[in-house]
Design a protein around this ligand. Structure first.
Ligand code: GLV
Length: 339
C-alpha cells in the first residue's frame, strides 16, 4: 500500500506521533476535547487506520461508513467504545494496549484504596479549611489495609498486579473472575470464591473486569446490600460496572462505608451528581494509567500496532483475531489494487 492515511484523535505523549509520521500520512486532531462526531466520522471515512481513545465512540454507523478503514488501534486496554460486531462485519481489525498499564493502574488502585481507607482527601480539605487545631486521638480515624480482606473482581493483568500489591500489605485475598486462575492463586496465595461470598467477606472490594453486557451494573443495590457496612468499594475499571444511583444511596445511608472511583457513568461526572456531595466518596478523572512513562508506552504500542496492521500483519492482542484470514485477504486485495 502507498503511504497509508492515519487519523489520530488526540495529541499523544512520547514518540508515538513521530513514529507514525515516518510511515504514514498523519492527520492529528489537536483539540483538548475529543473530536466532534462529524469530524471523527469525516476523518474515519478518509483513513486506512484510526488511532483512537476510549473517549471516541467507534460505532456501527462509523464503521459502516468508513469503507477504507482497515484497522482501529485503541489506546486503552478496554475496548467497550468499539462496536466489535460492526468491526467484524466490515472486516476491520481492532487492537488495544493491554499489559503495559497493569502495574501503573494497580498502583493507582492502591492510591484510591488508601485514600478512601485513610481519608486522605477529607484530611486535606480539613487542613485547608483551617480545622487542624491539635493532634487528636479521635481525629479522622480510618481503616487499616494491612490484615484486612480484599476482594478482587476480575483477574486479568491488572487484577493480578493488585493481588501482588495486596500480598505486600499482608491482606487476605479473595477473587472472582470469569475463569479460575490456579497458577495465580498459588503465586499470590489467594482464594477463588463466588461473587456473593466475596462481597460478604471483603473489607475492600475492587473492580477489574471489562465492561460487557454481562458485567453492566455488576454492583447494584442487591450486591451493595451484601457488603459489610464498613466496606470500601474501589472502581478503576469502567463506570457502568456500578449502578451509580444505588451506590449513592448505599454511601448516603451507610450500607457501605466509602467508595473511591476513577471511573464514572457518565464521564465526566456531571457537576450536579449527588456523589460529589458525599464526603465518603473520592472521585478521580479516569487517571489510573496516567503516569508519564505508561501513557507514553501506551501511545507507542498503539502506534506500533497500527503500523503493523497497515503492513498486513495481525498484531499480538488484536481483539478480533477470528477475522484474521478474511482481513488478510482484504489487505491483499487493497495492496494488489495499489490503493
Ligand atoms: C483505560 O481505562 C484503559 O482501558 O486503558
Amino acid at each position: 500500500m502507498p503511504r497509508p492515511r492515519v487519523y489520530v484523535t488526540r495529541h499523544l505523549p512520547g514518540g508515538a506521533l513521530d513514529l507514525l509520521a515516518q510511515h504514514a500520512g498523519v492527520t492529528l486532531w489537536e483539540g483538548e476535547l475529543p473530536p466532534p462526531r462529524e469530524e471523527l466520522m469525516a476523518r474515519a471515512v478518509g483513513s486506512d487506520g484510526l488511532l483512537c481513545l476510549l473517549t471516541d465512540r467507534i460505532d456501527a454507523e462509523l464503521l459502516d461508513a468508513a469503507r477504507d478503514l482497515l484497522v482501529v488501534s485503541n489506546m486503552a486496554t478496554g475496548f467497550d467504545n468499539v462496536d466489535m460486531a460492526a468491526a467484524g462485519r466490515n472486516t476491520v481489525l481492532v487492537t488495544r494496549t493491554p499489559g503495559v498499564l497493569s502495574e501503573t493502574t494497580a498502583d493507582f488502585t492502591f492510591a484510591l484504596l488508601l485514600a478512601a481507607a485513610r481519608r486522605v482527601v477529607e484530611a486535606d480539605r480539613y487542613v485547608r479549611a483551617g480545622r487542624w487545631r491539635t493532634w487528636g486521638p479521635e481525629v479522622l480515624l480510618g481503616r487499616d489495609l494491612w490484615g484486612a480482606t480484599i476482594g478482587i473482581i476480575g483477574m486479568g493483568g491488572i487484577g493480578s498486579e493488585v493481588a501482588k500489591r495486596a500480598r505486600g500489605f499482608d491482606m487476605r485475598i479473595l477473587y472472582n473472575s470469569r475463569t479460575r486462575k490456579p497458577a495465580l492463586e498459588r503465586r499470590h496465595r489467594m482464594e477463588f470464591v463466588s461473587l456473593p461470598q466475596l462481597l460478604r467477606e471483603s473489607d475492600f472490594v475492587t473492580l477489574h473486569a471489562p465492561l460487557t453486557p454481562q458485567t453492566h451494573h455488576l454492583i447494584g443495590r442487591a450486591q451493595l446490600q451484601m457488603m459489610k457496612p464498613t466496606a470500601i468499594l474501589v472502581n478503576t475499571a469502567r463506570g457502568p460496572l456500578v449502578d451509580q444511583e444505588a451506590l449513592h444511596y448505599a454511601l448516603r445511608d451507610g450500607l457501605i462505608a466509602a467508595a473511591a472511583l476513577d471511573v464514572t457513568d457518565p464521564e465526566p461526572v456531571p457537576a450536579d451528581d449527588p456523589l460529589l456531595s458525599l464526603p465518603n466518596c473520592v472521585i478521580a478523572p479516569h487517571i489510573a494509567s496516567a503516569s508519564v512513562a505508561t501513557r507514553s508506552r501506551m501511545a507507542m504500542l498503539a502506534a506500533e500496532r497500527l503500523l503493523q496492521a497497515l503492513r498486513g500483519d495481525v498484531p499480538k492482542h488484536a481483539v478480533n483475531r477470528e477475522i484474521a484470514r478474511r482481513w488478510r485477504a482484504r489487505v491483499r486485495r487493497r495492496q494488489a489494487a495499489g490503493a
